[in-house]
Ligand binder design. Structure first.
Ligand code: COA
Length: 239
């Protein structure tokens, strides 16, 4: 499916889609009956001109969009405004657009934490696959300008009532340091696992050598019954 689409960083030649992008976003928000941070045409034009937007097209037909924003002096990056035209949904297009936006964000802001606020299950799924984890709002940027964007959302009163602690959206964060640490720890735990496996194998093999034929017969007989006291004597646990 994705082979039929152009999915890449939006360029000047894509500025003609700005109105359609905004209409599609606004229509989708109406249908969902959920809140949305309003964007002006000027804002989307700026994103495209700065090379901070991803566009998906099928031929000349607009199919999807997303852009990146930075907050807290570039400490945080958000991928926002994700939209896929209704007729193109359910084919993995949002995933492909978000993946491109993620790659662009990581390339341009390798030190920054990436985050998103969403009520949508699709976005939560995609974010999780990219390495985001759910967090409380306190882990997100404290940049007032970002939270100001929520003012145009129908649920803004919830956010203010809870002193910006909760709202209907879930906060998700990709912290490159946490991911790096996890990657570094993984080979260690892998080698622990390998050593444990080797130990287990050696115990099993040595144990086998030492057992007399009676025990072997006993094991054989009992394993045929589905459980073996021979293995129990060796204190083995099977998972
Ligand atoms: C949300 C949206 C972008 C998804 O676009 P899409 O191209 O249909 O999504 P994909 O096909 O890439 O699906 C990605 C994953 O989400 C799942 N998914 C898609 N739509 C879903 C939905 N409405 N509910 C639950 N899961 C959904 C898919 O099954 C897929 O999961 P999988 O990888 O486990 O199969 C699209 O429906 C849309 O534009 N909605 C309106 C605007 C919006 O909600 N934007 C998000 C604002 S945060």
């Amino acid at each position: 499916m994705k082979d039929n689409f152009y999915i890449d960083v939006a360029r000047e030649s894509h500025l003609k889609y700005v109105d359609e992008i905004l209409e599609t976003i606004a229509d989708a928000a109406r249908v969902r009956g959920t809140g949305i941070a309003k964007r002006s045409p000027g804002y989307i034009i700026q994103k495209i001109n700065e090379g901070k937007a991803i566009i998906a097209l099928q031929g000349d037909i607009f199919a999807g969009f997303c852009y990146i924003e930075t907050w807290g002096h570039d400490k945080f990056v958000a991928n926002s405004g994700l939209i896929v035209v209704e007729t193109f949904r359910g084919q993995g297009l949002a995933k492909a657009i978000k993946t491109k936006a993620f790659e662009l964000s990581r390339k341009r802001y390798p030190e920054s934490k990436l985050f998103g606020l969403t009520t949508g299950l699709a976005v939560m799924k995609i974010n999780s696959e990219l390495g985001y984890v759910p967090v409380t709002f306190s882990e997100l940027t404290d940049d007032e300008m970002f939270w100001k964007g929520c003012q145009s959302c129908v649920n803004y009163d919830i956010l203010t009532r809870t002193n910006r602690k909760h709202c209907l959206c879930t906060g998700m964060l990709y912290d490159p340091l946490r991911v790096k640490k996890k990657d570094e720890e993984e080979p260690k735990s892998l080698s622990v696992y390998k050593r444990w496996l080797r130990f287990k194998q050696s115990v099993f093999l040595n144990g086998n050598k030492k057992k007399d034929s009676n025990q072997k017969n006993e094991a054989k007989q009992e394993s045929e019954n589905g459980k073996s006291s021979y293995f129990k004597k060796l204190n083995f646990k099977f998972f």
